[in-house]
Design a protein around this ligand. Structure first.
Ligand SMILES: [Zn+2]
Length: 199
């Protein structure tokens, strides 16, 4: 029979890296491990804002289930068992964020960070609901917006690229061509004022 709070072989090692993550409330370690405090019987996510425990009282678990199994209770503050939003609402928040911020630097890691999930989970869940990955979604918004700029203004390609959040023009041209089948210049020529000449 398992005795409450007693250490056993299922314990992970409290490395310096993990200890630093606990001290710094480092969100990027969430879902990588959980820490329990022997004196309180409570377990937390690395990001928990509650008081830093004494190092010798800390136990590390790989999953919330393992901590529960060892009779620790989930912290009310950081909710390590994840009373998660339904996936569709969660993804909705992320697409709204991308729609507003696509002109800025956005990576899977940045999105995972702001949405409090792991990049892996975000990638899978987003694709399941939207049908494409977050990065593909960002690219689509950027290229669609660029199309409008190309047709409705005479701004230079480099300028259009920067405006939609891509500072590397050759990369912008490559991506544009990959998605639309034409370079930005070709696209402008085909669909802009010269449209009636198309054959
Ligand atoms: Zn907590």
């Amino acid at each position: 029979m398992r005795i409450e709070f007693q250490e056993d072989s299922s314990d992970e090692i409290l490395t310096d890296e993990k200890w630093q993550a606990i001290i710094n409330n480092d969100k990027s370690y969430n879902n990588q491990f959980f820490y329990a405090v022997k004196t309180t019987g409570i377990f937390c996510k690395p990001s928990c804002q509650s008081r830093v425990p004494k190092k010798e009282n800390v136990r590390i678990f790989q999953s919330a289930d393992q901590a529960l199994f060892a009779n620790y209770r989930p912290c009310k503050r950081c909710k390590p068992t994840n009373e998660r939003l339904p996936d569709s609402e969660w993804v909705d928040l992320i697409t709204q964020y991308i729609d507003k911020k696509y002109t800025q630097k956005l990576t899977l890691e940045i999105l995972a960070d702001i949405s409090h999930g792991s990049p892996y989970h975000l990638q899978r869940t987003f694709k399941k609901i939207i049908g494409i990955t977050p990065v593909e979604y960002i690219q689509q918004i950027r290229i669609n917006t660029a199309k409008n700029y190309l047709l409705q203004s005479d701004r230079a390609i480099t300028d259009v690229a920067k405006t939609v959040g891509i500072s590397n023009t050759p990369y912008f041209i490559t991506l544009f061509k990959k998605i639309t089948g034409h370079t930005p210049a070709q696209y402008r020529q085909l669909h802009g004022k010269m449209k009636y000449r198309r054959d």
